[in-house]
Structure formats: structure tokens, C-alpha cells
Design a protein around this ligand. Sequence first.
Ligand SMILES: Nc1ncnc2c1ncn2[C@@H]1O[C@H](COP(=O)(O)OP(=O)(O)O)[C@@H](O)[C@H]1O
Ligand SMILES: [Mg+2]
Length: 242
Amino acid sequence: MSATEGAAFIELENVYVERAGVRVLDNVSLTLRAGDRLAVVGANGAGKTTLLRTITGLQKATSGTVRAFGRVRRTQEDFREVRIRAAYLFQDADDQLFCPTVLEDVAFGPLNMGLNEQAALEKANATLAFLGMEHLGERITRRLSGGEKRLVCLAGVLAMEPDVLLLDEPTNSLDAKHVEKLMTVLSSLDKSMIIVSHDRPILDRLATRAVRMKDCRLEPAVLHRHPHVHEHLHVHVGEDHA
Ligand SMILES: Nc1ncnc2c1ncn2[C@@H]1O[C@H](COP(=O)(O)OP(=O)(O)O)[C@@H](O)[C@H]1O
Ligand SMILES: [Mg+2]
């Protein structure tokens, strides 16, 4: 990777989005640099998912500029590369999984990137092994548990070796065991991330800075370091901390 430290991977400039004629993003600007792990908090319906969809071109900006990996992105062809380098873990695993078996699903990304079938399957197997899930390879995706589905989706995302992970409420509706597994993996990865979450302990562990979506706009939220016996991060998102 040639990006210098601190290079911007993703930059939104004065982005507006309307869905069904209603404004959902209002003059949103955001920069994600190499090494950033940006928490995005905010109420349901605030526009967090729309933000991730706009970064990946699944949602078209009404106006403003989406720049990713050094280039302005406008067309679907532009966003094809963005979706490989900034891989999106959907809020709902059932929206992401669509192949019959786990191995096929994880191999889909590498295949889509142009690897031949054998290389894509090897990549999928290696990624599942990295996550300690090689035993799931032949399983039928729709019969997995919710936690297994989320981890298989993560495998599919990681198999593309992205620079950036876009994580939409990654721990939502997972049991404690799968949350811990997911967190162990995510915190071990040397990747930039945007983490949409309401899960305060998750953000404490993962995020390096935070923003909040409110009324379709992004505003800063403060990450505090509290000097306890062990130091950890708190995200303050209330009005009184803005
Ligand atoms: N498919 C859609 N068509 C029209 N409006 C939508 C659609 N999906 C979401 N919205 C609206 O966009 C706004 C932001 O939604 P979303 O980005 O999903 O918020 P969040 O992820 O913060 O809960 C909400 O007002 C929601 O009703
Ligand atoms: Mg959402």
C-alpha cells in the first residue's frame, strides 16, 4: 500500500441525500484516514445506514462529493472499486448472504475481484480458518445461527482484504459469545473502520474518535480518556458533552 500515514481513504464533502423525496443526509462532510476507527452514533432513523450506503455508492448523493482512495466517485463503475477496498458489513446478515453454502458465500468477494475459482476458494478457506470457522464451510448459510451468519459475513468482507471496514451495528442481536468473538477479531485487525453502533462497550474498545448523526447532520462527539487503573475510552454523545 502506497498511502502515506494519515492519508484520507474516504472523504465526503457537503453531501446531501434524499430518499423518497425526504432529506436524509444534510450537508454531511467526513474524513476517514488510514488508522482511524470512527464511531458513528445516533438515534434510529438518523441516517447512519444511509451514510454507509452513500460511501459505497448504494445510495446516490443528491449533491456534494464522495471521494474514496484518492478519486472522486460518481458512477457505479467508480464505486465497484470502493466496495472492494471499503467493505461493508450490512446491518442485517440476511441481506448480505445469498449463496447456498458458507464457502461459496465467502468466495464470492474474491471471485468478484477477479480471482479464478480455485484461488477464490482457497482465499475463502484461509479466511474461514483465520476466524476459526473452517468447520462451517459446507454448511447451508440460511440455516446458520444469527451469530454464525454475522461472522460468515465478516469472513466474506475480510476475504477481499479491504483497507476499510464499514460496520453497521455489527454486534446487534448477537449473543455474548459471538460479540466477544467478533470484538476479538475486529480489535486485532490493522484496518480503518467506520463503526455504526449503539453498543457503548464496543465503541470503548474499538473507536479512536466519534461523530453523531442527528437530524440528518453529522456533529462531533467526544471521546474521553479516563485515567482509571486501566485506561479506556468513553464516547460521550449527550447534548451536554457536544
Ligand atoms: N428504502 C428507503 N426509502 C426511503 N426512505 C428510507 C429508506 N430506508 C430508510 N429510509 C429513511 O431514511 C432515514 C434514515 O434511515 P437510516 O439511514 O436507515 O437510519 P439509521 O441507520 O440511522 O437508523 C429514515 O428517515 C428512514 O425512514
Ligand atoms: Mg441503520
